[in-house]
Design a protein around this ligand. Structure first.
Ligand code: SF4
Ligand code: MG
Length: 284
């Protein structure tokens, strides 16, 4: 199979969790039997977004916090195409939060990978909505006054159909989660706790190694919404990772669109076979 490898050099800092996530994505796509021309990878702005030109494949690099709308648009235009959207914690839980809300509640059939390094890394370490309260950041030398946004509780409040969590040092687990997310029927929310050794000195690679545990080792039932929400939210002593919640029994957004029901072609195929010559002549 054609490789996802690319000659462009990575510019991430030494020890950045982006290296692990980037490796897991390539492994997951390859092990899923998908060639670079068979997927659509969508990025917004951020350190992770700089990975868009570090791998082969069809890629979009859009505006900060706006990755979900254009990823969903690509998917709805061509539902046969697997689509992965990558977003950072800063954008996804601030100016892009409305898109996240509607992405989850709409259950668009895409994978959303959250690069969660709890700060704005690319712009030099400002606090994000997910920075831990009390941590000193470049924009908050005395620690942020706001409380940290409870991201997992928020996500579960939107009635998601797939929620998973991993950390950037566990490439095998991230790979398996992404493969499962690619097969999921609707919107797959994948939270990756990401080491950012340059700016985040609290949630480090070592911290994740010490605190993360795999829920499969404890026989977690992924259909149990209440339990999944509880173990997702409570990270005070240890951090649950793996697929936390999944349901596949409800149709996704595209399947619910009445005008699309019974169609065997996709919107992009229909546009391709439509002769617009007469229409264009009328416009001229
Ligand atoms: Fe990675 Fe942080 Fe460096 Fe960005 S600033 S490349 S997230 S280590
Ligand atoms: Mg970030």
């Amino acid at each position: 199979m054609q490789s996802y490898s690319c000659v462009n050099k990575c510019t991430w800092c030494d020890g950045c969790g982006d290296y692990g996530i980037w490796t897991a994505v390539k492994r997951a796509l390859t092990e899923s039997g998908l060639a670079p021309w068979q997927v659509c990878l969508c990025f917004d702005v951020g350190c992770h977004g700089n990975g868009s030109d570090k791998l082969q494949g069809y890629r979009f690099h859009g505006l900060h916090g706006r990755v979900i709308p254009f990823a969903a648009g690509a998917k709805l235009a061509n539902p046969k195409l697997p689509v992965i959207a990558f977003g950072g914690d800063g954008a996804s839980f601030s100016e892009g939060i409305g898109h996240l809300v509607h992405g989850i509640r709409s259950d668009y059939p895409i994978v959303f990978v959250l690069h969660n390094n709890a700060n704005y890394g690319l712009t030099l370490g400002q606090a994000s909505a997910l920075t831990w309260q009390g941590q000193k950041m470049n924009t908050a030398p005395n620690g942020i006054p706001e409380h940290t946004l409870p991201s997992m509780d928020f996500v579960f409040s939107l009635e998601p159909t797939f929620v998973a969590r991993s950390f950037s040092g566990d490439i095998p687990q991230m790979t398996e989660i992404m493969k499962a997310a690619l097969k999921h029927r609707g919107f797959a929310f994948v939270d990756i706790l990401q080491a950012c050794p340059t700016w985040n000195h609290f949630a480090t690679h070592e911290y994740f190694l010490e605190h993360c545990y795999d829920v499969t080792t404890e026989g977690h039932d992924t259909s149990d919404f209440v339990k999944a929400r509880a173990i997702a939210v409570d990270t005070s002593k240890r951090i649950s990772t793996g697929i936390l919640y999944q349901r596949e029994d409800i149709p996704d957004f595209y399947e619910k669109l009445v005008p699309r029901q019974g169609k065997t072609t996709t919107p992009v195929e229909e546009v391709a076979i439509t002769d617009v010559t007469a229409y264009m002549k009328k416009l001229l």
